[in-house]
Design a protein around this ligand. Sequence first.
Ligand SMILES: Nc1ncnc2c1ncn2[C@@H]1O[C@H](COP(=O)(O)O)[C@@H](OP(=O)(O)O)[C@H]1O
Length: 254
Amino acid sequence: MSRPDADDHEVAAAVAQEAGRVLLALRADRPDLDGRDLKDAGDRAAHVHILDLLARLRPEDAVLSEEGADDHRRLDARRVWIVDPLDGTREFSERPRDDWAVHVALWEDGALAAGAVALPARDVVHRMDRPVPLPPRPDEDGPVRLAVSRSRPPDFVVALAALLGAELVPMGSAGVKAMAVLDGTVDAYVHGGGQYEWDSAAPVAVALGHGLAPTRLDGSPLVYNRPDPWLPDLVLARPEVLAEVRSALEETTA
Ligand SMILES: Nc1ncnc2c1ncn2[C@@H]1O[C@H](COP(=O)(O)O)[C@@H](OP(=O)(O)O)[C@H]1O
């Protein structure tokens, strides 16, 4: 387990990984839980574990968690951990799906400073400080592959895919979709219509660490730790397809 003298990247990765272990154990040890009960138990168990770890490792810092009451002292804090204890809650409850994640990001003085996305069922932790080269596209002239929500694909992303001649690749969890860009499974993740800061903070931190340039749909920067954590859209694309995606977006949203 991480120690208080570990750096912020280590803490982010260790906390995400540890919460992932708690979630895996819950799924394995409680076959009596499913559906809403398993979702709620997962959200709660991971949230409590993360808060406990951060209280021990970073007692001075504020926390913004999907599962906690919003403590507005974070707005005056220099350092805020932005966490989604269980992203892809629906998929977590559908054993044996593996497209769910734990998000742990650190916002410091106006920017994302550390971040980790754990994919516990795949035994992987993606880190901002450990960039991995993007694998080449399998077919550089092939259609753009776009990650999209499997349960509620936004209409405009379906329209965007039609305009691009893109292939939609459905999967759960914002973290899984963003990491699918980094591991080469897809070329881009475009989302609109609703999300909160905890859905994108850690994936965006990891993507920034990998040299990518995630933005809002209109190309403006993603800004975190605002009074209202609603941050409804995101574009993350590998460099080869970014201009094409951007120009199709301009047409779709015009
Ligand atoms: N329109 C919307 N409004 C609010 N949250 C949304 C949303 N679409 C997706 N999300 C959130 O983004 C995460 C990924 O969703 P999806 O897999 O459908 O893309 C989910 O987080 P949680 O699982 O943490 O609730 C989901 O709640």
